[in-house]
Design a protein around this ligand. Structure first.
Ligand code: 3PG
Length: 384
Protein backbone atom coordinates (compact mmCIF):
# COMPACT_ATOMS: atom_id res chain seq x y z
CA UNK A 1 0.00 0.00 0.00
CA UNK A 2 1.34 3.43 -0.94
CA UNK A 3 0.65 6.65 0.97
CA UNK A 4 -0.01 10.02 -0.64
CA UNK A 5 1.98 11.62 2.18
CA UNK A 6 5.09 10.20 0.51
CA UNK A 7 4.35 11.33 -3.06
CA UNK A 8 5.17 14.58 -4.82
CA UNK A 9 1.73 15.83 -5.83
CA UNK A 10 2.64 19.25 -7.26
CA UNK A 11 0.50 19.91 -10.32
CA UNK A 12 -1.21 16.50 -10.09
CA UNK A 13 -4.98 16.17 -10.32
CA UNK A 14 -6.02 13.98 -7.40
CA UNK A 15 -9.32 12.10 -7.37
CA UNK A 16 -9.97 11.97 -3.63
CA UNK A 17 -12.59 9.50 -2.32
CA UNK A 18 -13.54 11.03 0.99
CA UNK A 19 -16.26 10.25 3.53
CA UNK A 20 -18.25 13.29 4.60
CA UNK A 21 -21.44 11.33 5.28
CA UNK A 22 -22.91 13.16 8.26
CA UNK A 23 -25.96 13.48 10.43
CA UNK A 24 -28.87 15.38 8.84
CA UNK A 25 -31.56 16.91 10.99
CA UNK A 26 -34.60 18.46 9.31
CA UNK A 27 -32.75 18.52 5.98
CA UNK A 28 -29.83 20.38 7.55
CA UNK A 29 -26.40 18.74 7.44
CA UNK A 30 -24.58 19.04 10.76
CA UNK A 31 -20.88 19.83 10.93
CA UNK A 32 -19.06 16.59 11.74
CA UNK A 33 -15.60 15.29 12.50
CA UNK A 34 -15.58 13.60 9.09
CA UNK A 35 -16.18 16.94 7.35
CA UNK A 36 -13.53 18.63 9.49
CA UNK A 37 -10.95 15.88 8.90
CA UNK A 38 -11.63 15.82 5.14
CA UNK A 39 -11.26 19.60 5.00
CA UNK A 40 -7.84 19.19 6.64
CA UNK A 41 -6.82 16.61 4.01
CA UNK A 42 -7.92 18.99 1.24
CA UNK A 43 -6.09 21.88 2.88
CA UNK A 44 -2.84 19.91 3.13
CA UNK A 45 -3.03 18.74 -0.50
CA UNK A 46 -3.71 22.31 -1.62
CA UNK A 47 -0.62 23.46 0.26
CA UNK A 48 1.32 20.85 -1.67
CA UNK A 49 0.06 22.45 -4.94
CA UNK A 50 -2.19 19.60 -6.04
CA UNK A 51 -5.54 19.98 -7.84
CA UNK A 52 -8.19 18.14 -5.86
CA UNK A 53 -11.41 16.54 -7.09
CA UNK A 54 -13.46 15.16 -4.21
CA UNK A 55 -15.87 12.25 -4.66
CA UNK A 56 -18.13 11.45 -1.71
CA UNK A 57 -21.58 10.24 -0.70
CA UNK A 58 -24.34 11.17 1.72
CA UNK A 59 -26.55 8.33 2.94
CA UNK A 60 -28.10 5.72 0.64
CA UNK A 61 -30.84 5.72 -2.03
CA UNK A 62 -34.27 5.56 -0.43
CA UNK A 63 -33.32 7.23 2.86
CA UNK A 64 -34.62 10.67 3.90
CA UNK A 65 -31.07 12.01 4.35
CA UNK A 66 -30.04 10.94 0.84
CA UNK A 67 -29.38 14.49 -0.34
CA UNK A 68 -27.05 16.68 -2.38
CA UNK A 69 -23.56 17.55 -1.13
CA UNK A 70 -24.04 21.31 -1.59
CA UNK A 71 -24.42 21.86 2.17
CA UNK A 72 -21.32 19.75 2.82
CA UNK A 73 -19.39 22.08 0.50
CA UNK A 74 -20.54 25.07 2.55
CA UNK A 75 -19.32 23.36 5.73
CA UNK A 76 -15.93 22.49 4.17
CA UNK A 77 -15.69 26.11 3.02
CA UNK A 78 -15.65 27.19 6.68
CA UNK A 79 -12.22 25.52 6.87
CA UNK A 80 -10.83 25.60 3.36
CA UNK A 81 -12.08 26.88 0.02
CA UNK A 82 -13.80 24.35 -2.22
CA UNK A 83 -16.16 24.74 -5.17
CA UNK A 84 -19.30 22.59 -5.36
CA UNK A 85 -20.20 21.18 -8.81
CA UNK A 86 -23.68 19.70 -9.15
CA UNK A 87 -22.49 17.07 -11.60
CA UNK A 88 -20.23 14.00 -11.42
CA UNK A 89 -18.83 13.16 -14.83
CA UNK A 90 -20.94 15.14 -17.29
CA UNK A 91 -20.00 18.23 -19.29
CA UNK A 92 -20.07 20.56 -16.27
CA UNK A 93 -17.81 18.35 -14.14
CA UNK A 94 -15.34 17.81 -17.01
CA UNK A 95 -15.08 21.54 -17.66
CA UNK A 96 -14.53 22.35 -13.98
CA UNK A 97 -11.90 19.62 -13.53
CA UNK A 98 -10.02 20.72 -16.63
CA UNK A 99 -9.92 24.32 -15.46
CA UNK A 100 -8.63 23.55 -11.93
CA UNK A 101 -5.40 25.33 -11.01
CA UNK A 102 -2.73 24.12 -8.59
CA UNK A 103 -3.96 24.51 -5.00
CA UNK A 104 -7.67 24.48 -5.94
CA UNK A 105 -10.33 21.97 -4.97
CA UNK A 106 -13.82 20.99 -6.05
CA UNK A 107 -16.49 18.73 -4.63
CA UNK A 108 -18.59 16.69 -7.05
CA UNK A 109 -22.24 15.78 -6.39
CA UNK A 110 -23.30 12.80 -4.21
CA UNK A 111 -21.71 9.83 -5.98
CA UNK A 112 -24.57 7.54 -4.91
CA UNK A 113 -26.91 9.55 -7.17
CA UNK A 114 -25.25 7.56 -9.98
CA UNK A 115 -26.38 4.04 -10.78
CA UNK A 116 -22.84 3.34 -12.00
CA UNK A 117 -21.61 3.67 -8.41
CA UNK A 118 -23.27 0.32 -7.79
CA UNK A 119 -21.87 -1.32 -10.95
CA UNK A 120 -18.58 -3.07 -11.54
CA UNK A 121 -16.11 -2.65 -14.42
CA UNK A 122 -15.03 0.35 -16.44
CA UNK A 123 -18.31 2.24 -16.76
CA UNK A 124 -18.38 5.67 -18.41
CA UNK A 125 -18.21 7.20 -14.91
CA UNK A 126 -14.94 5.41 -14.14
CA UNK A 127 -13.57 5.96 -17.63
CA UNK A 128 -14.20 9.73 -17.68
CA UNK A 129 -12.91 10.55 -14.19
CA UNK A 130 -9.89 8.26 -14.41
CA UNK A 131 -8.83 9.93 -17.64
CA UNK A 132 -9.27 13.45 -16.21
CA UNK A 133 -7.31 12.78 -12.99
CA UNK A 134 -3.70 11.64 -12.48
CA UNK A 135 -3.91 9.72 -9.22
CA UNK A 136 -6.59 8.19 -7.00
CA UNK A 137 -6.58 8.57 -3.23
CA UNK A 138 -8.82 6.65 -0.82
CA UNK A 139 -9.05 8.72 2.33
CA UNK A 140 -11.82 6.83 4.09
CA UNK A 141 -11.51 3.60 6.01
CA UNK A 142 -15.16 4.28 6.85
CA UNK A 143 -16.35 3.44 3.34
CA UNK A 144 -13.73 0.82 2.49
CA UNK A 145 -16.13 -2.02 3.32
CA UNK A 146 -18.26 -1.11 0.30
CA UNK A 147 -17.32 -2.73 -3.02
CA UNK A 148 -18.68 0.32 -4.84
CA UNK A 149 -17.13 1.90 -7.93
CA UNK A 150 -15.70 5.00 -6.23
CA UNK A 151 -13.95 2.72 -3.73
CA UNK A 152 -12.79 -0.28 -5.76
CA UNK A 153 -12.93 0.48 -9.50
CA UNK A 154 -10.63 3.51 -9.83
CA UNK A 155 -7.62 1.75 -8.26
CA UNK A 156 -7.80 -0.80 -11.08
CA UNK A 157 -7.08 1.88 -13.68
CA UNK A 158 -5.11 4.52 -11.78
CA UNK A 159 -2.04 4.93 -9.64
CA UNK A 160 -3.57 4.70 -6.17
CA UNK A 161 -2.72 5.79 -2.63
CA UNK A 162 -4.06 5.88 0.90
CA UNK A 163 -4.81 9.40 2.14
CA UNK A 164 -3.85 10.90 5.52
CA UNK A 165 -7.11 9.99 7.29
CA UNK A 166 -6.89 6.38 6.16
CA UNK A 167 -3.21 6.31 7.16
CA UNK A 168 -4.08 7.60 10.66
CA UNK A 169 -6.94 5.13 11.08
CA UNK A 170 -4.72 2.18 10.16
CA UNK A 171 -2.05 3.36 12.61
CA UNK A 172 -4.70 3.70 15.35
CA UNK A 173 -5.96 0.17 14.74
CA UNK A 174 -2.48 -1.27 15.18
CA UNK A 175 -2.75 -0.44 18.92
CA UNK A 176 -5.77 -2.54 19.61
CA UNK A 177 -5.96 -6.01 21.14
CA UNK A 178 -9.45 -7.31 20.78
CA UNK A 179 -9.30 -10.57 22.67
CA UNK A 180 -11.80 -10.71 25.56
CA UNK A 181 -13.22 -7.37 24.55
CA UNK A 182 -16.75 -6.22 25.41
CA UNK A 183 -18.61 -5.01 22.32
CA UNK A 184 -21.23 -2.30 22.80
CA UNK A 185 -23.17 -2.36 19.58
CA UNK A 186 -25.64 0.42 18.89
CA UNK A 187 -26.16 2.96 16.14
CA UNK A 188 -28.67 2.99 13.33
CA UNK A 189 -27.30 0.22 11.09
CA UNK A 190 -28.04 -3.11 12.83
CA UNK A 191 -27.07 -5.18 9.77
CA UNK A 192 -23.37 -4.38 10.28
CA UNK A 193 -23.45 -5.64 13.89
CA UNK A 194 -24.40 -9.20 12.99
CA UNK A 195 -20.79 -9.89 11.88
CA UNK A 196 -19.59 -9.69 15.48
CA UNK A 197 -22.03 -12.05 17.15
CA UNK A 198 -20.22 -15.06 18.56
CA UNK A 199 -16.83 -13.44 19.06
CA UNK A 200 -17.11 -11.73 22.46
CA UNK A 201 -19.67 -10.46 24.97
CA UNK A 202 -22.10 -8.00 23.32
CA UNK A 203 -24.18 -5.29 24.98
CA UNK A 204 -26.94 -4.44 22.50
CA UNK A 205 -28.40 -0.94 22.16
CA UNK A 206 -29.24 1.66 19.48
CA UNK A 207 -31.54 0.09 16.90
CA UNK A 208 -29.70 -3.19 17.39
CA UNK A 209 -31.15 -3.69 20.90
CA UNK A 210 -34.81 -3.69 19.81
CA UNK A 211 -33.92 -5.73 16.69
CA UNK A 212 -32.37 -8.44 18.88
CA UNK A 213 -35.39 -8.43 21.20
CA UNK A 214 -37.74 -8.92 18.24
CA UNK A 215 -35.49 -11.72 16.95
CA UNK A 216 -35.68 -13.39 20.34
CA UNK A 217 -39.49 -13.40 20.18
CA UNK A 218 -40.42 -10.24 22.14
CA UNK A 219 -43.23 -8.14 20.66
CA UNK A 220 -42.48 -4.41 20.72
CA UNK A 221 -45.50 -2.81 18.98
CA UNK A 222 -44.81 0.67 17.58
CA UNK A 223 -41.02 0.20 17.80
CA UNK A 224 -41.27 -2.99 15.78
CA UNK A 225 -43.26 -1.14 13.10
CA UNK A 226 -40.62 1.59 13.08
CA UNK A 227 -37.89 -0.99 12.49
CA UNK A 228 -39.87 -2.72 9.72
CA UNK A 229 -40.34 0.62 7.97
CA UNK A 230 -36.86 2.02 8.41
CA UNK A 231 -34.43 -0.88 8.27
CA UNK A 232 -33.57 -1.95 4.74
CA UNK A 233 -33.73 -5.74 4.32
CA UNK A 234 -35.51 -5.99 7.70
CA UNK A 235 -36.78 -9.54 7.15
CA UNK A 236 -33.40 -10.84 6.01
CA UNK A 237 -31.61 -9.23 8.96
CA UNK A 238 -34.21 -10.61 11.38
CA UNK A 239 -33.81 -14.11 9.96
CA UNK A 240 -30.00 -13.96 10.32
CA UNK A 241 -30.29 -12.56 13.81
CA UNK A 242 -32.64 -15.35 14.90
CA UNK A 243 -30.11 -17.97 13.77
CA UNK A 244 -27.15 -16.19 15.40
CA UNK A 245 -28.95 -15.47 18.67
CA UNK A 246 -30.05 -19.09 19.04
CA UNK A 247 -26.47 -20.24 18.64
CA UNK A 248 -24.70 -17.56 20.66
CA UNK A 249 -27.38 -16.55 23.18
CA UNK A 250 -24.95 -16.51 26.08
CA UNK A 251 -22.78 -13.83 24.48
CA UNK A 252 -25.59 -11.34 23.87
CA UNK A 253 -27.04 -9.01 26.52
CA UNK A 254 -30.44 -7.55 25.66
CA UNK A 255 -32.03 -4.33 26.98
CA UNK A 256 -34.36 -4.93 29.94
CA UNK A 257 -36.05 -1.55 29.65
CA UNK A 258 -36.32 1.45 27.35
CA UNK A 259 -36.85 5.19 27.58
CA UNK A 260 -39.77 6.54 25.55
CA UNK A 261 -41.14 9.99 24.87
CA UNK A 262 -44.42 10.80 26.57
CA UNK A 263 -45.53 14.33 25.78
CA UNK A 264 -41.95 15.60 25.70
CA UNK A 265 -40.88 13.71 28.86
CA UNK A 266 -38.46 10.80 29.21
CA UNK A 267 -40.40 7.84 30.66
CA UNK A 268 -38.86 4.50 31.59
CA UNK A 269 -40.70 1.33 30.53
CA UNK A 270 -39.72 -2.24 31.43
CA UNK A 271 -39.83 -4.84 28.70
CA UNK A 272 -42.96 -6.40 30.22
CA UNK A 273 -44.81 -3.13 29.39
CA UNK A 274 -44.35 -3.89 25.66
CA UNK A 275 -45.93 -4.14 23.09
CA UNK A 276 -47.28 -0.62 23.21
CA UNK A 277 -47.63 2.51 21.08
CA UNK A 278 -44.25 4.01 21.98
CA UNK A 279 -41.18 4.04 19.81
CA UNK A 280 -38.08 3.55 21.97
CA UNK A 281 -35.55 6.39 22.02
CA UNK A 282 -32.91 5.12 24.43
CA UNK A 283 -32.02 2.21 26.67
CA UNK A 284 -33.68 2.46 30.08
CA UNK A 285 -32.13 3.02 33.53
CA UNK A 286 -31.92 -0.69 34.51
CA UNK A 287 -30.23 -1.52 31.21
CA UNK A 288 -27.76 1.31 31.76
CA UNK A 289 -26.92 -0.07 35.24
CA UNK A 290 -26.53 -3.60 33.90
CA UNK A 291 -24.25 -2.46 31.05
CA UNK A 292 -22.09 -0.33 33.36
CA UNK A 293 -21.41 -3.40 35.51
CA UNK A 294 -20.16 -5.23 32.41
CA UNK A 295 -17.96 -2.25 31.42
CA UNK A 296 -16.40 -2.23 34.90
CA UNK A 297 -15.33 -5.88 34.43
CA UNK A 298 -13.96 -5.43 30.89
CA UNK A 299 -10.27 -5.39 29.90
CA UNK A 300 -11.07 -3.68 26.61
CA UNK A 301 -14.19 -2.15 25.13
CA UNK A 302 -15.29 -1.48 21.57
CA UNK A 303 -18.25 0.86 21.04
CA UNK A 304 -20.05 1.10 17.74
CA UNK A 305 -22.61 3.86 17.54
CA UNK A 306 -24.74 5.56 20.19
CA UNK A 307 -27.14 3.73 22.54
CA UNK A 308 -30.10 5.91 21.63
CA UNK A 309 -31.35 9.11 20.06
CA UNK A 310 -28.53 11.12 21.58
CA UNK A 311 -29.19 14.32 19.64
CA UNK A 312 -32.47 14.72 21.59
CA UNK A 313 -31.50 16.06 25.01
CA UNK A 314 -33.83 13.71 26.91
CA UNK A 315 -32.35 10.65 25.26
CA UNK A 316 -28.63 11.30 25.50
CA UNK A 317 -28.49 9.59 28.92
CA UNK A 318 -27.83 5.98 27.79
CA UNK A 319 -24.99 6.94 25.45
CA UNK A 320 -23.61 9.48 27.87
CA UNK A 321 -23.53 7.15 30.91
CA UNK A 322 -21.95 4.36 28.90
CA UNK A 323 -19.27 6.73 27.61
CA UNK A 324 -18.65 8.07 31.09
CA UNK A 325 -18.26 4.56 32.53
CA UNK A 326 -15.75 3.71 29.79
CA UNK A 327 -13.84 6.96 30.30
CA UNK A 328 -13.52 6.16 34.01
CA UNK A 329 -12.49 2.52 33.54
CA UNK A 330 -8.96 1.28 32.96
CA UNK A 331 -10.07 -0.77 29.92
CA UNK A 332 -8.55 0.09 26.53
CA UNK A 333 -11.34 1.59 24.43
CA UNK A 334 -11.96 1.86 20.73
CA UNK A 335 -14.88 4.00 19.55
CA UNK A 336 -16.37 4.33 16.09
CA UNK A 337 -19.60 5.04 14.26
CA UNK A 338 -22.68 7.16 14.62
CA UNK A 339 -20.68 10.28 15.38
CA UNK A 340 -19.81 9.25 18.93
CA UNK A 341 -17.55 12.26 19.02
CA UNK A 342 -20.61 14.52 18.97
CA UNK A 343 -22.17 12.45 21.77
CA UNK A 344 -18.93 12.82 23.75
CA UNK A 345 -18.99 16.58 23.35
CA UNK A 346 -22.65 16.76 24.35
CA UNK A 347 -21.82 14.69 27.45
CA UNK A 348 -18.84 16.89 28.34
CA UNK A 349 -16.34 14.02 28.09
CA UNK A 350 -12.99 14.61 26.41
CA UNK A 351 -12.02 12.29 23.56
CA UNK A 352 -8.60 12.03 25.25
CA UNK A 353 -10.21 9.73 27.83
CA UNK A 354 -10.54 6.99 25.21
CA UNK A 355 -7.95 4.73 23.59
CA UNK A 356 -8.71 5.53 19.95
CA UNK A 357 -11.68 7.34 18.41
CA UNK A 358 -12.20 6.33 14.79
CA UNK A 359 -14.14 8.12 12.07
CA UNK A 360 -15.46 4.75 10.87
CA UNK A 361 -18.51 2.73 11.86
CA UNK A 362 -19.48 -0.35 9.88
CA UNK A 363 -16.10 -0.60 8.14
CA UNK A 364 -14.26 -0.58 11.45
CA UNK A 365 -16.58 -3.28 12.71
CA UNK A 366 -15.87 -5.50 9.71
CA UNK A 367 -12.15 -4.86 10.11
CA UNK A 368 -12.41 -5.99 13.75
CA UNK A 369 -14.46 -9.02 12.74
CA UNK A 370 -11.46 -10.01 10.57
CA UNK A 371 -13.14 -9.40 7.22
CA UNK A 372 -11.08 -8.21 4.26
CA UNK A 373 -12.27 -4.75 3.25
CA UNK A 374 -12.59 -4.38 -0.55
CA UNK A 375 -11.35 -0.77 -0.49
CA UNK A 376 -8.17 -1.74 1.34
CA UNK A 377 -7.68 -4.78 -0.89
CA UNK A 378 -7.91 -2.47 -3.93
CA UNK A 379 -4.98 -0.44 -2.53
CA UNK A 380 -2.90 -3.58 -1.96
CA UNK A 381 -3.21 -3.56 1.85
CA UNK A 382 -3.44 -7.34 2.18
CA UNK A 383 -0.55 -8.12 -0.16
CA UNK A 384 2.44 -9.46 1.74
C1 3PG B 1 -20.73 5.30 7.26
O1 3PG B 1 -21.44 6.24 7.62
O2 3PG B 1 -20.48 4.31 7.99
C2 3PG B 1 -20.07 5.38 5.92
O3 3PG B 1 -20.22 6.63 5.34
C3 3PG B 1 -20.60 4.31 5.01
O4 3PG B 1 -21.96 4.50 4.78
P1 3PG B 1 -22.88 3.29 4.28
O5 3PG B 1 -23.07 2.37 5.46
O6 3PG B 1 -24.18 3.94 3.85
O7 3PG B 1 -22.17 2.60 3.17
Amino acid sequence: MKFISEKDVKGKTILLRADINSEVIKKKVLMSDRIKATAETIKSLKKRHAKIVVLAHQSRPGKSDFISLNQHAKLINKITKIKFVDDIYGYKAKKEIQSLKNGEALLLENVRFLKEEFMTGKTKFVDVLSSLCDVYVNDALSVSHRAQASVVSFPKYMESYAGPILEKELNGLKKIKLKNCVYILGGAKPDDNIHLIGKNKILTCGLFGPMCLVASGIKLGAEENYLKKNIKNYNKILKNLKIKLKKYEKYVELPVDFAVDEKGKRINLEIKKFPNNFETYDIGSETIKKYIQEIKKAKSVYVKGPAGYYTKKNFLKGTSEILRAISESSAFSLLGGGDLDAAMKMSGISSKKFGYVSLSGGALLQFIAGKKLPGLAALGFYKK
